[in-house]
Design a protein. Sequence first.
Length: 400
Amino acid sequence: MIIREKYLSKIRPFYDQDLIKVIMGVRRCGKSVILLQIIDELKEKGIPDSQIIYINFEYEDYAFIKNDMDLHNYIKDKIVNDNKYYLIFDEIQNVEHWEKAINSFKASKNVSIFITGSNSDLLSGELATHIAGRYVSFKTYPFTFKEVCKLKNITDRKDVEEAFNDYMIWGGMPQRFMMTDENQIRTYLSDVYDSIIVKDIIKRFNIKDLDLFNRIVEYIVTTPSQNFSAQSLSNYFANNDNREVSKITLYNYLEYMTRAMIINKADRYDVRGKRILIGKYKYYLTDLGFGQIMNIGKRPQLGAYLENIVYNELLSRGYDVKIGNLENGEIDFVAMRFKEKIYIQVAYILSDDNVIEREFGAFKNIDDNYPKYVLTLDKFDFSQNGIIHKNVIDWLLEEK
C-alpha cells in the first residue's frame, strides 16, 4: 500500500499532543493502514514497541473486550511506568461505552490516543458529552484517482485513461486493487457492502422491514448524483412498487445510510442569499464500486459517475461542498475551504453547442470573482469568458 501522506500530514502535528485523534471513514477505506503507518512513524522516532498499544476490535483476539471496564482493565495492566504511551484503537465503536474508558485514560495517564470508527455517531452523543473540545477529527476516504495512479505506478497517458475508466466503474476501495479479476472485485465489494448494511445499519438501528429498507438502499445506490426529496422517493415507490412509504421512514433510512458513511448528503445552497435550503438534497456514493455491484443489467450513468467522482475528490481535498441554487438553475458544486470558494460544473463531454451553452451558461448569473470551472472528459480546451475548462483527469491529478 502507498503512504497516505495527505492524511498523515494532517495527523502528524498531533502525535504527541494529548488531544484524542479521531479518524473516521467508511469500512475498509484504509483507516487501519493509516494507523499502521502512524505506528511505523512513531517507531522511526524511537518510541519502543512496549509503549505502543494497538488493538483492532474486529480481531477475535480482542473479543473479550466488550465494554469500557474490560478495556480499562486491559490497558491498565499494560501501562507500567510514567513514560508516554500511545494507545491506538481500531474500530472502537465495537466496545460498549468506549468513550468512558478513553476519557479515563486521557485524564489519568500520560498517553496519546488514536481511535478509528466506521460511523459518524463516533463524534455525537456520549462522546460529545465526555470529551467535547478534547479531540481532533480527520475524515478519510477511499483512494483518490491520483492515489490509484501512484499505487499502480501509472504515468503513460493511455494507461492513465484506462485506469480512470476502471476507477469510474469500480471505485477506489484500497483492497480491491489487490484483486486480479472482476469476479474477485465484485465478491470483495459485495462483502464490504453487506458488512456495512448489516453491522452499521440494520443491527445498529434495529430495522424490521428489511425488504423496504433494501429496496430504498438499492434505489439510492444505483442512482447517484440525483436530486432527492422524501416526497419524490415516496412517489417513486407508490408509482413503481404500489407501496406506501411514509416520509419519516424515508428520512430515517437515508439518515442511517449517511451515518454509516456509505453515502454523503450534499445540501443545497442559495448562491445569492448565501444560506442553506432545506428540503431537496443530493446523495453521492462514498465509493462508486458499491453502485456497480448493485447495478446489474442497468446502463452505466457515466455523467452521474463523473459528478460523483468530482464530489468525492473535493471532499478529500478538504472542501465543504454544496449544490448551488440559482433562481433559474443550479451549479453542480459550490466548494468552500477556509476563505477559498470555487464553482464547478461537471459534464461527460461537451458534445455540441447546446451542451457548451448549458454548462458555461450556468455561471452567467453569478457576479462574484471566485474561480469557475467546467470539468469534462474532452481533450480540447473550451475555456471562455473567464470560465476555466479542464479535462477532469488532469484536474484529478493536480497537486492540491
